[in-house]
Each structure stands twice: as structure tokens, then as C-alpha cells.
Design a protein around this ligand. Structure first.
Ligand code: ADP
Ligand code: MG
Length: 314
């Protein structure tokens, strides 16, 4: 998604939807609603429910050339990724499926992808809806956290380290490989079968001050943490972990990574390295938070790389 489109979406949601029924949030124990990766709802007992929903539309969020198995798996994993960003335990999922026609082979493949997803994350499909129309898949994911433990976008503080998990840009490289040819590589797999970093999110609940899953692009998504937390950030392009040496702005900011980007105090660094070892997931410091209320990107000579004015907010 382009920078401007992501910003448009942000303002559209803020302008039209963010205050609908907000007078009733408290009486229904909704602690966090529109604006984070997922909503947080208190229930009786010591847990809170975490709820999120994502739609994947053919030729917008996935390629029409993809197998039904990959379409199903990818649509579910990208939705579940929001629970990872909140540090939630997944509990259930529902699917609203819109298909142009009933084709048994296609549905068999699609169901195979759902089985794969359901077994990998050990969650049941508990409902949904099926309608006729252009292919689109809406996945609702529900999970829980121990009360007060959800990792929000809005809690980052100044002078904290900014981390990312995994390798950034592989899904973008994979998408381009898929557009060029159909051969399967580790990059194409990153696009076709992204992982929701659930185990990492769970380990970060007492460590990260804020987190987001990288769906739109590393800088765009860090910017959302900055906006929600009313802070700024400095990012060092040369530190962003990529699989090719050319660390372009395009490569790191293309999205579809579904890695976690999170902030934490410097004193948590050793603990975070241990989590990285234990889970066998690279975790890299790519910058730090600042009080400037602006997102700034530096090249390897510590020269500022010019960014769109959308990264400045007051
Ligand atoms: P993500 O990329 O993490 O899935 P989105 O960018 O889709 O998040 O949404 C950002 C926030 O806006 C979320 O809290 C989401 O619930 C909310 N949101 C998005 N679209 C709508 C809508 N049409 N009505 C109400 N809330 C919305
Ligand atoms: Mg998200």
C-alpha cells in the first residue's frame, strides 16, 4: 500500500468511524477500540478478550494466480498477526467468504489451507458466512490476554529501543518473483504463507511497551506507534535486517512482512536477545524513540533520508 493511501485510510477511519457509539464503550467494558491492532474487551475473571478482523480481496491483497490453499492460509495468517502484535493467545476464528461460483476443487484446496492454519495455531473455526460475488475473504480472529497485559500501540515512551523481528522485505521480493515467474523460493513463501508471530508476542507482554505488526510498511507502521504514543522515532536504514545488501527505502517500506515491530527499554535488551535465541527468530534494534514527534530515517553516514511530510505529526 502506498504511503498516501495508508494515511488516507487512517484519516478516513478517524473521521468517520472512530466515535461511533463511543459513549457506550465503558458500559460494555471496552478498554481499547478503534485505532489499535485489535480491540480489548474486559470480561469477568482475570482475562480480556482481544478481537480483530481483516479482509483480503483478490488482486489487492493476494494474486488471483495463487492456489486456493495459499489464499486461505494467507488470509487467515495476516488476520491472526494482529493478535500477535497485542501479545494475545489465539482462541477462535470466523470466516466470511465471498466466491464467484461453487467449484469443488477450489473449495477443497481452500479448506486444506484452513486446516493447515487451524492446526498450526491450534484454533477452531467457529462460524462465518458464505455469499456470492467477487472473491474476498474476511477473517475475524479472537484471543485473550491476562488482564492488563495487552501490548498496545499507544504505550511507547521516549528514549526506548525500536526492534523488529525476522527479515524485512522478503515478502516484497517474493511478490515480485511471483509476478515474474511461478517458481517457489523462500521469498515467495514469505509472501504466500506469512507467519503470525504469536509465540513472540506472548513472550513480549511484560517486555515491550508498544508493538505493531508490519502490514503496510516498516516506517508507516512505526509511524502509527509514534502517532498513538505521541512521540517520534529515529530509524537507521543500515540496521534494518534484509536478505539483500541493497537496503532501499522501497524494500523496507513495502509491507506484507507481518513481522513485529516493538519498543522496549534498553535494559530489556538481554532478555530480548534470549527470547530471540529461544524462539530462533532474529530480533534486531533498528532505531530509538525520541521526543521530536517526527519520524526520521538515517543512511549509513548518519545523513537524513528525505521522507514524505506524513511522517511529521503534532
Ligand atoms: P491493521 O492493519 O492492524 O489490520 P487497520 O489499518 O485495518 O489495522 O485498522 C486500523 C484500526 O482501525 C483498527 O483498530 C481497526 O479496527 C479500525 N478500523 C478499520 N476500518 C474500520 C471501519 N470501517 N470501521 C471501524 N473501525 C475500523
Ligand atoms: Mg496490525
Amino acid at each position: 500500500m502506498s504511503k498516501d493511501k495508508a494515511l488516507d485510510e487512517y484519516f478516513l477511519i478517524q473521521n468517520y468511524f472512530s466515535n461511533i457509539g463511543s459513549a457506550y464503550l465503558a458500559e460494555h467494558n471496552v478498554e481499547t477500540s478503534i485505532g489499535d491492532d485489535a480491540s480489548v474487551i474486559s470480561s469477568s475473571g482475570n482475562t480480556q478478550q482481544i478481537n480483530s478482523l481483516d479482509t483480503s480481496v483478490e488482486d489487492v491483497h493476494f494474486l488471483s494466480s495463487m492456489s486456493p490453499e495459499d489464499i486461505a492460509y494467507r488470509s487467515c495468517a495476516v488476520a491472526l498477526s494482529d493478535l500477535a502484535a497485542c501479545g494475545a493467545r489465539p482462541k477462535w476464528f470466523s470466516i466470511a467468504l465471498t466466491i464467484p461460483q461453487v467449484e469443488e476443487n477450489w473449495l477443497e484446496g481452500f479448506a486444506k489451507g484452513l486446516h493447515l492454519f487451524s492446526d498450526e495455531y491450534r484454533i477452531p473455526l467457529i462460524g462465518g458466512d458464505t455469499t456470492k460475488g467477487n472473491l474476498s475473504i474476511t477473517v475475524q480472529v479472537m484471543g485473550e490476554v491476562d488482564s492488563g497485559k495487552a501490548i498496545l500501540r499507544s504505550n511507547a515512551k521516549t528514549d526506548q529501543l525500536i526492534f523488529v523481528s525476522g527479515i524485512i522485505g522478503n515478502a516484497y521480493l517474493g511478490l515480485n518473483e511471483l509476478l515474474d515467474s511461478a517458481t517457489s523460493t523462500s521469498n515467495t513463501l514469505a509472501y504466500l504463507k506469512p507467519k503470525a508471530r504469536i509465540d513472540l508476542g506472548l513472550q513480549l507482554t511484560d517486555i515491550a511497551s508498544a508493538a505493531i505488526d508490519i502490514s503496510d510498511g516498516t516506517l508507516q507502521d512505526i509511524n502509527l506507534i509514534c502517532k498513538a504514543s505521541d512521540i517520534g522515532a529515529e530509524i537507521y536504514l543500515s540496521k534494518v535486517p534484509t536478505s539483500i545488501p541493497e537496503k532501499s527505502l522501497k524494500l523496507i517500506n513495502s509491507g506484507d512482512d507481518y513481522e513485529l515491530c516493538f519498543t522496549a527499554d534498553e535494559e530489556k535488551y538481554e532478555q530480548i536477545l534470549n527470547i530471540s535465541k529461544e524462539l530462533d527468530i532474529p530480533i534486531t534494534v533498528i532505531g530509538k524513540t525520541t521526543s521530536s514527534k517526527e519520524l526520521v530515517l538515517y543512511d549509513d553516514k548518519h545523513k537524513r533520508i528525505k521522507l514524505n511530510s506524513g511522517y511529521k505529526h503534532f
